[in-house]
Design a protein around this ligand. Structure first.
Ligand SMILES: C[S@@+](CC[C@H](N)C(=O)[O-])C[C@H]1O[C@@H](n2cnc3c(N)ncnc32)[C@H](O)[C@@H]1O
Length: 201
């Protein structure tokens, strides 16, 4: 995780706000994420939405709801159970599936990508560059891969005060994008909420 050195007061304030809540559940997303994801799901249909990094389940609950409404399947993976049992029950009640797994040591994500139907893969685990590099080779035409805590450059991260964490920059994914023919996707809105999106051409 790339944190700036010598945190100043406003940065500490940002840090305190970064750990937000969705309907009482912890969530590591900028508050505007709901509008952006809503806009994307208004326009785009997927067979499966896959989240790497459930954490406390805030984003998972939102995505599970979106998937229920839009008749998409939702899967979320985490190496550990950070959330309360109630969260996993609620994800299940919304039709989603949580699996405790190290994403680098299971074939599940590869299988979920390769199965027929368009996929959205959200990389929000412990090593976003590696997640994108690992799973990009399996994307089918039209599939989308996204990564969180994204800034174009480390300099851009250091020159802003809205988001605390930079775990992914353009240089991390350029090679994979070129090799696997991944084009920018919703580039006008996703970086505003510290996500990057690429679509397989
Ligand atoms: C930044 S948090 C996810 C935030 C969540 N998506 C949200 O928006 O609230 C990252 C999560 O990735 C999980 N993680 C780290 N390494 C992992 C791995 N190899 N496989 C699966 N999950 C992993 C961590 O346990 C942590 O819960």
């Amino acid at each position: 995780m790339r944190h700036g050195r010598n945190m100043r007061f406003h940065e500490v304030e940002v840090a305190a706000r970064a750990h937000r809540r969705l309907l009482g559940h912890n969530i590591s997303q900028a508050p505007e994420f709901m509008m952006v994801f809503n806009e994307i799901f208004n326009r785009e249909q997927f067979a499966r939405v896959i989240e790497i990094g459930t954490f406390h389940g805030g984003l998972s609950l939102f995505l599970a709801f979106c998937c229920l409404v839009k008749n998409m399947k939702f899967f979320t993976f985490d190496i550990r159970m950070n959330g309360k049992t109630a969260v996993y029950n609620k994800i299940r009640k919304l039709g989603g599936k949580f699996e405790k797994a190290n994403v680098f040591q299971t074939d599940k994500i590869k299988q979920l990508i390769l199965a027929p139907g368009r996929v959205m893969l959200l990389c929000d685990g412990g090593n976003k560059p590696k997640e994108i590099r690992t799973f990009a080779p399996f994307l089918k035409q039209g599939d989308v891969i996204m990564g969180h805590d994204y800034f174009d450059t480390q300099q851009n991260f250091e020159h802003q005060q809205k988001w605390l964490s930079c775990e992914l920059v353009k240089a991390d994914i350029q090679g994979a994008c070129k090799k696997h023919n991944l084009a920018p996707w919703y580039e006008h809105v996703l970086p505003e909420i510290f996500w990057v999106g690429r679509i397989k051409r």
